[in-house]
Design a protein around this ligand. Structure first.
Ligand SMILES: *Cc1c(COP(=O)(O)O)cnc(C)c1O
Length: 399
């Protein structure tokens, strides 16, 4: 008996042998600059809580009030009875904040890609004619899954390379019905930024639809308004995907852009038709985040000041911080075992920073990734730098 589960046992044993099992740590406190992780109080460089909003008093208060007014769940999908006035208020406010015509709230950033991509491209049911997606080689898994789900042909262009985009468009344009260019805004492994203005120029020249997944740029780039604002492309770019679970500190996804496109996706997207709406508490907390960001750019400025300081100090210490242009600071170590040992030593010394290795990043490019946030003080950063320096010398990464 139980032979049908053999494949699971074999795979888990293989993962154990090759040390590829993920060690999932337990958080024993709220997400913040310092956290209790597996029972130990540590300086936290692992969460995407860029603006320190995940445990912010105003967001928590608004979430509690929303529960009292609206209940805990919407009890329906958006298109049947789940669209509460609160959702519409968020969508209006978010669109205004970002300087776009319209926005639509979905359950998560992952979900936003499954909603938007298959709504825009796929295969014609009658003629069988296929559309084509032009996708950056290093795009996020949720873009890849949304693209596969759509049934469109997926053609990869080289990372952040407008010339490569143009070459693949020219090659594929005549063979397919319509095209959609998709790129991450900020790439989370290296912290580098898509050359959105140049990619836009190329796509526009050939009448290709444009989409950017700005999960790590929402609340971070463009004074918090995202990558499209950063490049001054609002009103031109077709679709922006955002998440409310990173800088916004809550949960949820956003599809923003031109009115026509957003309304079309609202009608067509299966996560909007077949999965219940975001909770009132989450929605109200997201609205509070928009209030804070509209009121002041102070948190965004503190985030960037911290990131700039941390990166400069790490480079002075002799660490290799790669190609980053954002508050994501990779510290390139080389071999996976060395990066894992580095991360383990940091944790023992009270600093929580993740090691990333192949296949998440290329072979020989294993790294520690530091996520800077506005929740850290200068003293926190100095403590982090001191521990990095100590462990770096101990393991021979720096001299
Ligand atoms: C984190 C991330 C997502 C997923 O967002 P969630 O709101 O956590 O589901 C999607 N796309 C990119 C590029 C991301 O970095």
């Amino acid at each position: 008996m139980g032979e049908k589960l053999d494949f699971i046992r074999a795979e888990l044993a293989h993962m154990q042998e090759t040390k590829s099992l993920i060690n999932i740590r337990t958080m024993d406190s709220a997400a913040d600059g310092w956290m209790v992780v597996d029972g130990k109080r540590v300086l936290n460089f692992c969460t995407n809580n860029y603006l320190g909003l995940a445990n912010h008093p105003l967001l928590k208060q608004r979430a509690k009030e929303a529960i009292d007014t609206w209940g805990v769940g919407p009890a329906a999908v958006r298109t049947i009875a789940g669209t509460q006035a609160l959702h519409l208020e968020f969508e209006r406010r978010m669109a205004r904040f970002k300087g776009v015509q319209a926005s639509m709230l979905v359950q998560s950033g992952f979900c936003a890609n499954q909603a938007a991509i298959p709504a825009l491209v796929g295969r014609d049911r009658d003629t069988g004619q296929q559309d084509v997606i032009y996708s950056d080689r290093l795009n996020h898994a949720s873009i890849i899954d949304g693209a596969r789900l759509s049934g469109a042909k997926i053609v990869v262009f080289e990372h952040r390379d407008p010339a490569s985009l143009e070459a693949v468009i020219r090659e594929n344009l005549p063979k397919y019905r319509r095209g959609l260019m998709i790129t991450d805004g900020v790439f989370s492994m290296d912290g580098d930024v898509a050359p959105l203005d140049k990619l836009y120029e190329v796509a526009e020249k050939y009448g290709v639809l444009t989409m950017v997944d700005d999960a790590h740029g929402e609340g971070v780039l463009g004074q918090g308004r995202g990558i499209v604002a950063h490049f001054g492309l609002h009103g031109k770019f077709d679709v922006e995907i955002g998440t409310l679970s990173k800088a916004f500190g809550v949960m949820g996804g956003v599809i923003a852009g031109r009115q026509e496109i957003v309304e079309y996706i609202r009608q067509k997207a299966r996560p909007n038709l077949f999965s219940s709406a975001l909770t009132p508490a989450d929605t109200a907390a997201c609205l509070a985040a928009v209030d804070l960001l509209e009121e002041s750019g102070e948190r965004v400025e503190r985030l960037w000041a911290n990131a700039t300081y941390f990166k400069a100090e790490m480079e002075t210490l002799g660490f290799n911080t790669g190609q980053t242009e954002t508050p994501i600071i990779p510290i390139i170590i080389g071999e996976v075992a060395q990066a894992k040992a580095f991360s383990a030593r940091l944790f023992e010394e009270g600093v929580f920073a993740m090691a990333l290795g192949f296949p998440t990043v290329p072979q020989g490019m294993a790294r520690i990734r530091v996520m800077n946030t506005a929740a850290h003080t200068r003293a926190d950063l100095d403590k982090g730098l001191e521990v990095f320096a100590q462990v770096g010398r101990e393991l021979g990464v720096i001299s």
